[in-house]
Write a protein that binds this ligand. Structure first.
Ligand SMILES: Nc1ncnc2c1ncn2[C@@H]1O[C@H](COP(=O)(O)OP(=O)(O)OP(=O)(O)O)[C@@H](O)[C@H]1O
Ligand SMILES: [Mg+2]
Length: 245
């Protein structure tokens, strides 16, 4: 395993019965890196994140995270080691306020300690800080059910950030967002990449371009090519997959 890689995937294979959804994928993500995964519908992007976070078991290959082999570990253990996963459809508690949604995401050990030592104020500061990072500082007392789809996406990211993940796995975080919200999400992701690595799946090429991270193109479960968005966009294999050139 290379020294600075936070996540290293070697020869990963995920099969559903006889169908190969992830086909011998090898990939590394460095500390502080923004890695975009793009590819047509059904390319295997979500399945790749599922295999990384432990929602789906790999059939073959290995995954190392922060130097620890994790492909046989549970989803829970991987979360504890510092993986935060955001799914394609945001799931927040509609009846609770933005503040309460973030508060209940504070890891249990920490919230129990805070109750014993009466350190609620500390978490209050942290919740406020996370809300500022995710553009939600003026919505803390708003019921989550009344937020726009885009704001719910940010709230889900806030609920992950309060757990201090080393790696964030974001599946289509700007789906359903306005152009302005997309640009705000670019800023948000670039801000948080100072403290964590981020793997982001996205279809919106303009958004991927603005993120200016490294891009991996998946097609039929395999890596087609990697590079900057400018490099992958002129790759004839990518043009064929996307445009049928
Ligand atoms: N649990 C499962 N059982 C069987 N096949 C599955 C399962 N999950 C995913 N697949 C199949 O694996 C392939 C990859 O699906 P996946 O959801 O990873 O694609 P994706 O790249 O995320 O697509 P999209 O852009 O539409 O979200 C698809 O053909 C899908 O039908
Ligand atoms: Mg998907």
């Amino acid at each position: 395993m290379s020294k600075q890689a936070l996540l290293e995937i070697n020869d990963l294979l995920v099969a559903f019965g006889g169908f190969i959804a992830i086909d011998h994928v090898s990939l590394s993500v460095l500390h502080g890196e923004i890695r975009c995964i793009i590819g047509p519908n059904g390319a295997g992007k979500t399945t790749l994140l599922d295999a990384i976070c432990g929602k789906t078991q790999a059939s073959q290959g290995s995954i190392f995270f922060a130097g620890i082999r994790i492909d046989n570990e549970s989803e829970f253990k991987r979360t504890r080691l510092g993986m935060g996963r955001k799914f394609q459809t945001p799931s927040v508690y509609d009846d609770l306020t933005v503040y309460q949604n973030i508060q209940i995401s504070v890891p249990k050990g920490q919230s129990m300690l805070s109750a014993i030592f009466n350190q609620d104020y500390q978490f209050d500061d942290e919740i406020q800080a996370v809300a500022v990072t995710t553009n939600l500082e003026n919505l803390l007392t708003t019921q989550a059910g009344t937020l726009s789809h885009g704001q719910k996406q940010w709230l889900e990211i806030a609920m992950l950030l309060v757990q201090h993940p080393k790696l964030l796995l974001l599946d289509e975080p700007v789906a359903g967002m306005s152009l302005k919200e997309r640009d705000q999400t670019v800023d948000l992701i670039q801000r948080i990449s100072a403290t964590q690595a981020i793997v982001v799946i996205e279809h919106d090429m303009d958004f991927v371009k603005k993120l200016s991270g490294n891009v991996t193109v998946l097609h039929q479960g395999a890596i087609l090519c990697e590079g900057s968005i400018e490099q992958v966009q002129i790759d004839p294999r990518v043009r064929e997959v996307y445009l049928g050139d």
